[in-house]
Design a protein around this ligand. Structure first.
Ligand code: AMP
Length: 361
């Protein structure tokens, strides 16, 4: 028996109160576990479904410690949690995933170096702290390229395309005076992601690789399974497992990759998220045990459950005003609708998703 097995009735502390925290709390409830959500927002979507809530800043070590003292384990539903918050919690209770998973994923340069160091292909890249760096780096990574901030980029934010030499100065101005990196644009057949779950004893389970379509940098659609060659699907899992092992990760980890165009398609890792991920929402309806429950099981020291899919699925995000179609979507056959309870359908805001099920291929 693992030493950190949490029996039903235990409380999972979740840093972050967005839709991911909400779905984690619901998965915990299915297992008879309670969720206590800590968020810096007074009205967080996860509060509606949690047993307890705390509102405070992620920079307030005392408030985090107070929260940690009320729970049996702490996890996190967003990537950019300050290291100090994890440390404050870890002084009191176990924290999963480990701090290293967050530290590496929070910095695109550290992340690329880490993945590259494991012998896993990544796009050509170089750090950029000045115009000289950028000009030198462009000679190596070539055009077209992307200039990305090293930290706090998500949903396509914090990145600017560079098509030619003239774009260099405006691109640097657009991202501002922050540490950055430049990387070559990968001509891809499709984007793929894999969700791996790693337990406290290093056991691994994988969900089928999915194919993702982004619009304006935001995930629009995930199709399960990805329409890639079986050997590539195996390779995708191997890569995800290697990263999870190297981090000694515990919980769910999502690795996003490009299937590069070419005679022999190859997988290039773009980035990973040390948490449950939007491209895994389909698992709620097409698998016996979702990514959310898998995460809760792993951090609670439970046996990892079945990750096989029983149906094929296409998950579509409801972004901004898309959610106004809820009545029509709710009436569709073989379709599960999930709404996040957010009061205001701002442009670009993830309001919910639908998953359409198809017979297993
Ligand atoms: P990211 O913020 O790195 O997740 O990038 C958001 C989206 O931009 C990705 O899902 C891709 O669609 C696209 N993208 C990012 N980096 C590259 C790259 N090196 N080559 C091609 N497309 C990219």
């Amino acid at each position: 028996m693992p030493d950190r097995e949490l029996p039903p009735g235990s409380t999972i502390g979740i840093l972050g109160g967005g839709q991911l925290g909400r779905m984690l709390a619901m998965a915990a409830a299915r297992l008879g576990l309670k969720a206590h959500i800590y968020s810096d927002e007074a009205e967080a979507p996860a509060f509606d479904v949690a047993a307890a809530k705390s509102v405070g800043s992620y920079g307030d070590g005392d408030a985090i410690a107070q929260f940690a003292s009320c729970v049996d384990v702490v996890t996190c539903e967003f990537e950019n949690v300050p290291a100090a918050a994890l440390e404050a919690a870890a002084r009191i209770v176990p924290v999963f995933p480990p701090a290293k998973s967050f530290a590496v994923a929070q910095d695109r340069l550290a992340e690329k170096d880490f993945v590259n160091g494991l012998g896993i292909p990544v796009a050509p890249y170089a750090p950029v702290d000045s115009l000289d760096d950028l000009r030198n780096a462009l000679g190596r990574v070539r055009y077209p390229a992307l200039l990305k901030t090293r930290r706090f980029g998500y949903d396509g934010k914090g990145q600017v395309p560079i098509r030619n030499e003239e774009d260099a100065v405006p691109a640097l101005a657009a991202i501002g005076p922050v540490p950055a990196l430049v990387e070559g644009i990968v001509p891809f057949e499709c984007e793929v992601s894999v969700i791996v779950v790693r337990g406290q004893r290093g056991e691994l389970q994988f969900y089928d690789p999915v194919e993702n379509v982004h619009q304006g940098g935001i995930l629009a659609i995930s199709r399960a399974p990805a329409r890639i060659a079986p050997a590539l699907a195996v390779e995708a899992r191997t890569i995800a497992g290697k990263i999870a092992d190297a981090l000694a990760h515990v919980g769910v980890l999502c690795v996003e990759m490009f299937a590069r165009k070419g005679e022999r398609p190859e997988l290039i890792v773009n980035e990973f998220a040390p948490r449950v991920h939007n491209s895994g929402h389909w698992t709620l309806d097409a698998c016996l045990i979702s990514q959310f429950e898998s995460h809760i099981r792993a951090i609670s020291g439970w046996p990892l459950g079945e990750t096989a899919r029983h149906s094929d699925a296409v998950m579509t995000n409801l972004i901004g005003a898309d959610v106004d179609r809820w009545r029509e979507l709710a009436a569709e056959p073989d379709t599960a609708i999930h709404l996040y309870g957010k009061p205001e359908a701002r442009q670009g805001r993830k309001m919910g998703h639908v998953t359409r099920l198809y017979p297993k291929s």
